[in-house]
Design a protein around this ligand. Structure first.
Ligand SMILES: [Ca+2]
Ligand SMILES: [Ca+2]
Ligand SMILES: [Ca+2]
Ligand SMILES: [Ca+2]
Length: 310
């Protein structure tokens, strides 16, 4: 499903109305016109990617579908990564070359989790073979991708990895061509480490920063959001500003904390000074979506709002 949200964080149509189905049917043969089990959507202005077990299928694949400017679905869903095992948790970024997209996801075929990627054209045809982004003995999963402001043909990928005995967040870099800097086994660095579970990372790019400006100083260029399992009151949403080199600037801060569930954050830049951050919460009973404006300096701007409830 999808809904629109005003720049000030108020939902268009109110919190319990105005939503529409975003993805098209994936069923084939006798299941034509039917939809399967869809998970983990990631959306840009022109494309939505998600993981789905198609009707009659036995595992999950990654799909993409183009969107009209009004964010209604255009044409039919296309499989970006399929085959044996589960292809899940996709994220997407425009890679700047002829309208190409760069899509990353996790897969459980080699071991319980590696991160893979693929370039696809604006028309959703493959522009590369599937390539390895991060692999190794740990469970690497749930990647998020954003452009690297220090090097304009490079992207930063942050993913979860359990190599320390619980999930922490690691980063790596890949080029526009899909080549991991340092290779899929090397070039990985620790971003967030704690004794509790850290997961569901979401990198929000700050396009207001020019490449020249980014090279001049260590100020924040991207913000990282994720879910941290607070043992006292259930999961919280934390934020972390990142330096131009992708390493942390200062410490983590609470975006949405307190009793109950605050989890699975996402967001986008709403103005030169503010991000709109959204997350899942059980504050109103069952699971709903809330949002808040977050300054690029890491300061919450106002009280959170309910964006979608049922
Ligand atoms: Ca599959
Ligand atoms: Ca692995
Ligand atoms: Ca941890
Ligand atoms: Ca909590």
């Amino acid at each position: 499903m999808a809904r629109r949200v005003h720049g000030n964080g108020l939902p268009v149509g109110g919190p319990d109305d105005g939503a529409w189905e975003l993805t098209g049917a994936t069923g084939t043969g006798p299941a034509a016109g039917q939809k399967g089990d869809q998970r983990s959507p990631a959306v840009t202005e022109e494309l939505v990617v998600w993981s789905e077990m198609a009707p009659g299928g036995t595992d999950y694949d990654v799909y993409a579908q183009r969107l009209f400017p009004n964010l209604r679905a255009q044409a039919a869903p296309v499989i970006v990564a399929g085959g044996p095992g589960n292809q899940a948790h996709p994220d997407v970024v425009g890679n700047g070359r002829n309208g190409e997209w760069l899509i990353v996801w996790d897969e459980d075929t080699t071991d319980a989790g590696d991160v893979l990627g693929r370039r696809i054209s604006a028309a959703l045809t493959p522009r590369s073979a599937v390539f390895e982004v991060a692999k190794g003995v740990g469970i690497a999963s749930d990647p998020t991708i954003a452009r690297d402001l220090l090097d304009n043909d490079t992207f930063l990928v942050v993913f979860t990895d359990d190599r320390n005995g619980n999930r922490d967040l690691f980063g790596t870099r890949i080029t526009e061509a899909g080549v991991p800097r340092g290779g899929p086994l090397g070039g990985q660095f620790e971003v967030i480490k704690s004794p509790e579970e850290d997961y569901a990372p979401s990198l929000i790019y700050n396009p207001a920063r020019s490449f020249t400006e980014a090279r001049e100083g260590p100020r924040t260029r991207n913000i990282l959001l994720w879910t941290h399992d607070d043992v006292a009151d259930g999961p919280d949403v934390l934020g972390q500003r990142l330096n131009n080199n992708g390493l942390v600037q200062g410490g983590p801060f609470d975006v949405a904390a307190g009793p109950g569930i605050q989890a699975v954050p996402s967001g986008d830049l709403r103005s030169l000074e503010n991000w709109l951050v959204i997350w899942q919460t059980d504050a109103l009973g069952n699971l709903d979506i809330m949002g808040v404006e977050l300054g690029v300096n890491g300061v919450i701007r106002r009280a959170p709002r309910v964006l979608a409830t049922d």
